[in-house]
Design a protein around this ligand. Sequence first.
Ligand SMILES: NC(=O)c1ccc[n+]([C@@H]2O[C@H](COP(=O)([O-])OP(=O)(O)OC[C@H]3O[C@@H](n4cnc5c(N)ncnc54)[C@H](OP(=O)(O)O)[C@@H]3O)[C@@H](O)[C@H]2O)c1
Length: 280
Amino acid sequence: MSTCAIPTLRLNNGVLIPQLGFGTYKLPPDQTRDLVLCAFDAGYRHVDTAQMYRNEREVGQALAASGLPRAEVFVTTKLNNAFHAHDAALAAFARSLDALGTDYVDLFLIHWPLPALGLYTQAWAALEEIAASGRARAIGVSNFQPAHLERVLETGTVVPAVNQVEAHPYLRQDEVRAFDAAHGIVTQAWSPLGRGTVLGDSVIADVAARHGVTPAQAVLRWHVQRGDVVFPKSAKPARIAENADIFGFALGEEDMAAIDGLNRDGRTGSHPDTENRTDR
Ligand SMILES: NC(=O)c1ccc[n+]([C@@H]2O[C@H](COP(=O)([O-])OP(=O)(O)OC[C@H]3O[C@@H](n4cnc5c(N)ncnc54)[C@H](OP(=O)(O)O)[C@@H]3O)[C@@H](O)[C@H]2O)c1
């Protein structure tokens, strides 16, 4: 169990979200349940999954096996790309609840905007209905560029609570984060460790050494001090605990500036303007 409590942020509808969660993308399927339980043991109370990850059932099994009261765990899942049409979105959400073994999620996101498909405002209308029914405590989007968010703000009635985008020291995402902040939308940083790409950086090693922490801890602390939500993934119990132990130290302004200075075109995933696959 990490020594310091995980802070929460308040979303624009008043719901509290733990600033650190556990990422579940590409966890080995036969270990997912036990690794999520391991994360609960390490103090995590927030799990990020998605229909696309095909592991909602295992996440739900961990929730059930943990014995934790449902209200103590923040669960996020995401609408898969094939289901942007209104009725398909409603049906896919119902399947998520069934797989997770819960009657509500804390946060439901549109996973990708798929601009060439052009149906994300229709999907958003379905998410608004889901939120109104009480089966999602908050709704948001993922991988939305400002132009995509503009359309949601124009056509919808609910402002997304979060925008979950790839962000790490090699992809600072200034423009998206500024747009989110200006509209009261919390930014969530996916691949907060850049899928490991940033961990060998000498600047990060220096910051980490100054604080007697690991490079991963220094990077996760940088995210938290920027005010974003993070959910590192690891399939290794020692790293799961390490990644949660980031609330007993603070980076100074110079440390933050040094990591800020690493920004480059370091995207590891698809670009939201050109990602249009519906078969994932
Ligand atoms: N919305 C989206 O489109 C989207 C896309 C991608 C990801 N996500 C979410 O974001 C979560 C995190 O992103 P991610 O899994 O892509 O990447 P990540 O968390 O940035 O990095 C995971 C990689 O770093 C390694 N790692 C983790 N902790 C470490 C540590 N303390 N020291 C050294 N290496 C460490 C892991 O290896 P080991 O497992 O071997 O430890 C794995 O290779 C996902 O699981 C998912 O929930 C969302």
